[in-house]
Design a protein around this ligand. Sequence first.
Ligand code: IMP
Ligand code: MG
Length: 184
Amino acid sequence: MSATKHSSPPPSPGTVLISEDALQHRVAELAVEVSAALPDREPILVGLLTGSFVFVADLGRELSRLGVHPQIEFIETTHYGAGRRPTGRVELRRPLQRDVRGRAVLLVDDILDSGRSLTKAMEHASEREPAWLRSCVLLDKTARREVPIRADHVGFQIPDSWVIGYGLDDDGRYRELPHVARLR
Ligand code: IMP
Ligand code: MG
């Protein structure tokens, strides 16, 4: 079987907001920004499950090209209680497994929306006393913010609409898409 590179995006619902090429380019730029800010070459990248898994993978590989060799782990927050409707309260479902005391920690998420998830994650990481703690999000829907938080590194500012692809889902679907699309 021959390995071929597919250049045309697969069919998907919605309209493409950020192409695969634009994502690759911006993630490489973000890696340069993050690398310049990091106090050492062996940080801990902490992704927020589940949406960040693609971004963490790509950012990690771009960082390795720059001589940064992170340890990588994931935590999980959820702002859904027992039902499907957001409660406004964010819970920590999976905490940090690794000792981050005295280390450089970069929290990585797919999108900053109300800001509650990243706020919770930053508080949690901060309690573990890292030497350095910053955040990096691929997308930022500033218009939707409910708590005052800014990410230290932001890939793209986007308007207020539901987006899918590159890790982002609609009820668990479309995370595998190589681009980011606006669902409706
Ligand atoms: P926040 O706590 O409201 O900032 O929520 C951030 C989380 O909500 C992200 O990590 C995503 O998992 C999810 N989210 C917010 N907006 C979208 C979207 O447009 N598409 C997919 N997931 C989203
Ligand atoms: Mg998420």
